[in-house]
Design a protein around this ligand. Structure first.
Ligand code: ADP
Ligand code: MG
Length: 319
């Protein structure tokens, strides 16, 4: 549905994007993840035709954003980082104004606006001035604005930034509910956001793509586990427990972490792509001990993200 190829963007000396390519399939919710200054907003501004790329191409629903901007933009609803809300309009006036801009046929407007107000749950705010709304409600108006014209694709730039935890959960729910009707690309620097609502992930850092895959790729699916924490207890001592673990086929390394009351906690590392959990279970049982906990610590999204951010010294970013 969205195809991004070799996107490069320079702002004078600053290389904001350094050759980014990825695609978003129809019906997917893609989490577009990266630390501040990574180039997320720049990518989204190019993708929606707000700014032009230095080089590279974007197509949406088969339409190139440069060659067929009208057709491409018709397919897109955009919630920018700072939604352009007119403070002195009421919610209703503002959304009608957006209908004008997006040329929504007059006879469809009422039905469409009623539906959008219902979806984003701001029906009872329709006659309020935007400047009198809370941040959470303003963000809903921003979402409503993106939904006008019923676009197939939604581009949401950090939709939960600045909201309180309750509002964050509500906005996430709302986005999840939209997944059935839309293809969504959502930028964030918050990892839980990705696990909470997204099906696929693209991670960028300093204008370069550094990882991509399905969300489950990053949450250590069974079979790829090669590191876990194990807590064992029983009459046999620490060294017997360690021996049992070490003697299991496929175990590469066992490190004692600490004692916790009568139990021992170890970090266990296995050979690549070897799931040793069953073997470990049997070995521990044979040693007359019991497993109290066994928790994979595969490369979670969080670990990976921290690796990425630590790899290169991040310059201080003036926003
Ligand atoms: P993100 O949204 O991931 O935080 P941005 O796309 O906003 O990142 O910014 C990427 C890089 O481009 C940053 O180094 C930022 O300072 C720079 N940048 C963004 N917009 C401009 C601009 N209009 N002029 C100059 N530099 C910019
Ligand atoms: Mg941004």
């Amino acid at each position: 549905m969205i195809e991004i190829k070799d996107l490069v963007k320079r702002y004078g000396q600053i290389q904001a994007l350094d050759g980014i390519s990825f695609h978003v399939r129809r019906g997917e919710i893609l989490g577009f993840l990266g630390p501040n200054g990574a180039g997320k907003s720049t990518t989204m501004n190019i993708l929606t035709g707000y700014i032009s790329a230095t080089s590279g191409s974007v197509s949406v629903g088969g339409y190139d954003i440069i060659d067929s901007p009208v057709e491409a933009k018709k397919l897109i609803g955009y919630l920018p980082e700072q939604p352009p809300l007119y403070q002195d309009m009421t919610v209703n006036e503002y959304l009608r104004f957006i209908c004008d801009i997006k040329s929504v046929p007059l006879k469809e407007r009422k039905r469409q606006l009623d539906e959008i107000l219902y979806i984003v749950k701001i029906g009872d705010m329709r006659d309020r001035l935007i400047k009198n709304l809370s941040k959470g409600y303003r963000q809903r108006v921003g979402l409503a604005q993106a939904l006008v014209g019923n676009p197939q694709v939604l581009v949401l730039d950090e939709p939960t930034v600045g909201l309180d935890p309750k509002q964050i959960i509500e906005i996430r729910k709302l986005i999840s509910a939209l997944r059935h009707e839309h293809t969504i690309i959502l930028s964030t620097h918050i990892l839980q956001e990705v696990s909470a609502v997204c099906s696929a992930v693209v991670v960028i850092n300093r204008g370069k793509l550094v990882a991509q895959g399905s969300v489950s790729d990053f949450t250590s699916a069974e079979g790829t586990v090669n590191k876990f924490v194990i807590c064992v207890a029983g009459a046999a001592g620490k060294s017997d427990a360690q021996k049992a673990l070490q003697s299991t086929d496929g175990v590469r390394r066992v490190d004692f972490v600490r004692m916790d009351k009568d139990s021992y906690i170890f970090n266990v590392e296995s050979e690549k792509n070897t799931d040793v959990r069953r073997g470990v279970f049997n070995a521990v049982a044979r040693a007359g001990m019991a497993i109290l906990e066994l928790r994979p610590i595969g490369r979670t999204l969080e670990e990976m993200f921290i690796d990425i951010v630590n790899k290169e010294p991040v310059q201080s970013e003036e926003e």
